[in-house]
Design a protein around this ligand. Structure first.
Ligand code: SF4
Ligand code: SF4
Length: 224
């Protein structure tokens, strides 16, 4: 007999596999508004509390799960990431580039790409070698941040981590959803703007769960 938590996890995984396209289209078309007209939802009822929680990210480092499916490596499964970048608007505050911290690990391809442009010696001076990680760490605050222009001096060849920011790997609690760094103000704004999208996810989960319980056997087939 499956535990309820296993069942919920199974539903979320199935939703990620079966409902991805329809869920992205529903969110793009703002279909949550119609759903919210028909029933009460925590994203509206507890909006102020949720916003306060999201804003804690200014001071306390944590990640926020988004109502968007995470990439799972299958062909055509990048739709959640694509919708994120379509809607995400960086505020160019520079916080992610110019905050003193542990430093930014350069992947080998990052190191080679940047070294080819600015010179290996110069890049080594701007970094430190970490034996445990067996890689170069770019010193922080980032030496490539241009304060006057409020941008990256090596934007075209910036490290992979910078290209993906503020997206982070999904959280353990919601492994099929995209997660963002709550430290980024634009990511916090996006999380607030899309909070009501959760009703679309939850509707899909409820529908899948009902169908699984009705059939009591094979997982439901793809909707379309
Ligand atoms: S912290 Fe976020 S909003 Fe600010 S520059 Fe970085 S990505 Fe843009
Ligand atoms: S390399 Fe560019 S994008 Fe990355 S942290 Fe430095 S200034 Fe920001």
């Amino acid at each position: 007999m499956k535990k309820p938590s296993d069942r919920i996890d199974q539903v979320r995984r199935l939703c990620h596999q079966l409902c991805r396209s329809s869920c992205i289209e529903d969110k793009r078309q703002e279909r949550h508004k119609e759903l919210l007209r028909n029933r009460a939802h925590w994203s509206v009822l507890k909006k102020a509390e949720q916003f306060r929680q999201i804003d804690r990210g200014e001071k306390v480092p944590f990640d926020i799960s988004l109502p968007l499916p995470a990439r799972d490596g299958e062909e055509g499964s990048n739709q959640g990431v694509e919708l994120f970048w379509e809607r995400f608007r960086c505020q160019q505050c520079g916080l992610c580039c110019f905050t003193p911290g542990a430093g930014l690990l350069l992947e080998k391809e990052d190191f080679d790409r940047i070294a080819a442009k600015i010179g290996k010696r110069k890049l080594e001076r701007l970094s430190r070698f970490d034996r445990a990680l067996d890689g170069w760490i770019l010193k922080q605050p980032c030496p490539f941040y241009d304060h006057a222009k409020r941008g990256c001096k090596i934007y075209e060849i910036r490290p992979l981590t910078c290209r993906k920011y503020p997206l982070h790997p999904p959280l353990a609690q919601l492994p099929y959803n995209l997660a963002v760094d709550a430290f980024c103000p634009a990511a916090r704004l996006f999380a607030k703007e899309t909070l009501e999208w959760w009703i679309i996810c939850e509707n899909n989960w409820a529908r899948l769960l009902a169908r699984m319980e009705e059939s009591g056997k094979a997982p439901p087939k793809k909707d379309g």
